[in-house]
Design a protein around this ligand. Structure first.
Ligand SMILES: [Fe+2]
Length: 401
């Protein structure tokens, strides 16, 4: 279904009113170096006796074994699924759901970047809503029922999945990447241990950090849905990212910077869960679905391009962010443009390209279709895109490469 600008704005205004009646829970956090040691007692406090541990392959072999050993030593049972891929597919989600049931688990522990968390959230949604398909739960509030106890342990600082309502899944057949968004999917507890991010490669530190920046900025420039708290969280996140992302990029052993980036990712996650993301994410998801482009990389590249494209509609809010991080300018427009220029400069200093050359001409109609289906009418973006506008922006992303 196609939505025109007026219909989108009416929908968003209605959603904004409805959202004020919901309780936007933030997960409890346990943070600091060594905080993973508290996982067994956290699980016990939630009544979990057999936990389904979900990880990707790398974390499954590097970080997870010690955590699993600790859990088993505490007398709890666990089953480890270690094959969550990036951009997790519906097939993976079904596997996790089946194994969870087969092994009689009663709680989830997702360790990793956004992918294992999203895959586990998708499985948790299927367990709590066995009569619904993933597709039927796509979009907003398709779950609306409590999921099993869920503990999230991020090993990257960016996705914010440890605090968000979103599970982003890719259809194994069509490659369509879509999000299930529901307050029920907010993890119960997030464990923010900077030691787990110590060995993150520079490139991943950069792109995941820019994903967090994208969350904070897209949430901050939404025209509706924003609250005092979401604005505060977005502002805190942007300040932390401007101060600590490049420090973490330069020196992965800087545990202060690593810890602050985990904090930033968590805060940005809350901001966008409440206020929403926007066209940057809508387009980035199409690249993840079609070409497997890492989510953070796609967002990092697309963020300044879309902000530039928004023009005057985003200037006042971007100027506020510029003030916050000490970027100077003589007018609101100057400050906003200087903020965007700084985002480009951060990307450049961290080796992130200006554009993405993977985009094929023949795929652009599909990208437009998916991006508009994701953004419209839900995302309260400063500028609603139609087909022609979306095509223009996608071509800029490709041509800048
Ligand atoms: Fe994101």
């Amino acid at each position: 279904m196609k939505w025109n600008k007026t219909e989108c704005r009416v929908f968003q205004a209605g959603l904004n009113i409805a959202s004020r009646f919901l309780y936007w829970r933030e997960p409890n956090t346990v943070s600091g170096p060594g905080s993973v040691d508290e996982i067994p007692s956290i699980l016990k406090s939630m009544g979990v006796t057999k936990v389904m541990v979900v990880t990707g392959r790398h974390v499954g072999k590097s970080i997870a074994p010690a955590i699993i050993e600790n859990i088993c030593a505490s007398g709890l049972d666990c089953y480890h699924f270690g094959e969550a891929e990036s951009n997790p597919s519906t097939t993976t989600v079904f596997k996790i759901r089946d194994l969870y049931k087969e092994h009689g688990c009663n709680g989830f522990l997702a360790i990793g970047g956004g992918s294992p968390m999203d895959a586990a959230k998708g499985a948790a949604a299927l367990i709590t809503r066995p009569k619904k398909t993933l597709n039927q739960m796509a979009g907003l509030f398709g779950v609306l029922k409590k999921i099993p106890p869920f503990v999230a342990v991020p090993t990257t600082a960016g996705t914010g999945s440890e605090t968000t309502i979103a599970a982003v899944i890719t259809d194994a057949e069509t490659h369509h990447k879509y999000a299930i968004m529901d307050i029920a999917l907010v993890p119960r507890i997030a464990v923010l241990d900077p030691e787990l991010t110590r060995s993150l490669p520079q490139k991943t530190t950069a792109t995941t950090g820019m994903d967090a920046l994208t969350h904070a900025v897209e949430a901050y420039i939404c025209w509706t849905n924003r609250t005092k708290k979401s604005d505060k969280r977005a502002e805190e996140a942007v300040k932390l990212i401007f101060k600590y992302l490049e420090k973490a990029y330069q020196d992965g052993n800087d545990m202060e910077a690593r810890g602050k980036m985990l904090e930033a990712s968590f805060k940005a996650g809350y901001a966008f869960t409440r206020a929403g993301v926007g066209n940057v994410h809508a387009i980035a998801h199409t690249l993840g679905g079609l070409y497997g482009t890492p989510h953070g990389l796609a967002n990092a590249v697309i963020l300044p391009i879309v902000l530039e494209d928004y023009g005057a509609a985003a200037y006042p809010r971007l100027a506020k962010l510029a003030d916050l991080v000490g970027i100077k300018g003589d007018s609101v427009e100057d400050k906003a443009k200087a903020f965007i220029a700084e985002v480009y400069a951060m990307n450049e200093r961290m080796g992130i390209p200006k554009g993405l050359d993977v985009i094929k001409d023949e795929d652009i109609p599909q990208m437009i279709k998916w991006a508009l289906a994701e953004a419209n009418p839900t995302y309260p973006v400063p500028v609603v895109y139609d087909e022609a506008h979306c095509r223009r922006v996608i071509k800029i992303i490709r041509d800048k490469a």
